[in-house]
Design a binder for this molecule. Structure first.
Ligand code: PGA
Length: 253
């Protein structure tokens, strides 16, 4: 399976000029990286311009950080699957914990997944526990999230699904405050089992990424010991040279 690297810019940068510069630098720094599928997810307001700057090349794909999960147009402030696709995006991050902390329920997440797939977007679904406990209850938490978010997913759409395992407690932290690669390895096996229990052998087709305070300093260990198919990178993706180092590590493993 080809490794996947997702850049989540979150609510950065604050101007179009900076966004244009950032994608320019990322393109330049990643030009030499081979064998990694890369997806850059800027804020909605920059999707069209970043999409235009990515047109004509195959290395870096465009994604959104969210999507509206329903039909119709009377939804002030929302952004539809068609709008996102017409900006040149192929992917949508869905269910990021920073959105779910605000108000997004798993029911909403499930609807967003269905509408995105129906409209032709590939889905990067984020799951992950809020905290770890001694008794392993957090495994059930992740299982419930997966089962509820994927409740309506048809097996035939599995090839358009990516799971990003992001323990909420490890997002936005220092690079040494994340979970151990051994714990990650176990969780990836668990997520794979939940997927194969639900979808049979086809569940093995779904790439499983890790996200949460990935940096150029901790990425190597996560990649070599974590049993993952790729990474979802937040803050470090805003530093093109560091991001390129992470991409290089993925390409070599
Ligand atoms: P972070 O963000 O790498 O800055 O912790 C990860 C994410 O977007 O979830």
């Amino acid at each position: 399976m080809k490794k996947i690297l997702v850049a989540n810019w979150k609510m950065n940068p604050s101007s179009l000029e900076e966004a244009t510069n950032l994608i320019g630098e990322i393109k330049e720094k990643l030009a030499g990286v081979k064998g990694v599928d890369m997806v850059v997810c800027p804020p909605f307001i920059f999707l069209n311009e970043v999409g235009a700057l990515l047109k004509g090349q195959k290395k870096i794909k465009l994604g959104s950080q969210d999507v509206f999960g329903g039909e119709g147009t009377s939804f002030t402030g929302e952004v539809s699957v068609d709008m996102i696709k017409n900006a040149g995006a192929e992917y949508a991050i869905i269910g990021h914990s920073e959105r779910r902390e605000m108000y997004e329920t798993l029911q909403i997440v499930s609807e967003k997944i269905i509408f995105s797939l129906k409209g032709g977007l590939k889905v990067i679904l984020c799951v992950g526990e809020e905290a770890r406990d001694e008794h392993g209850e957090f495994y059930n938490y992740v299982k419930d999230e997966l089962e509820m978010a994927l409740a309506k997913l048809n097996k035939k759409n599995l090839s358009k699904l990516i799971i990003a395992y992001e323990p909420t407690w490890a997002i936005g932290k220092k690079e040494n405050e994340i979970l151990s690669p051994e714990n990650l390895h176990e969780m990836v096996i668990f997520v794979r089992k939940v997927l194969t229990d639900k979808f049979g052998e086809d569940g093995r087709l779904v790439p499983i990424l890790y996200g949460g305070s990935v940096s150029k300093n901790n990425a190597q260990e996560i990649i070599s010991k974590g049993n993952i198919d790729g990474l979802l990178v937040g803050r470090e993706s805003l530093k093109p040279a560091n991001f390129a180092e992470v991409a290089e590590m993925l390409s070599k493993n």
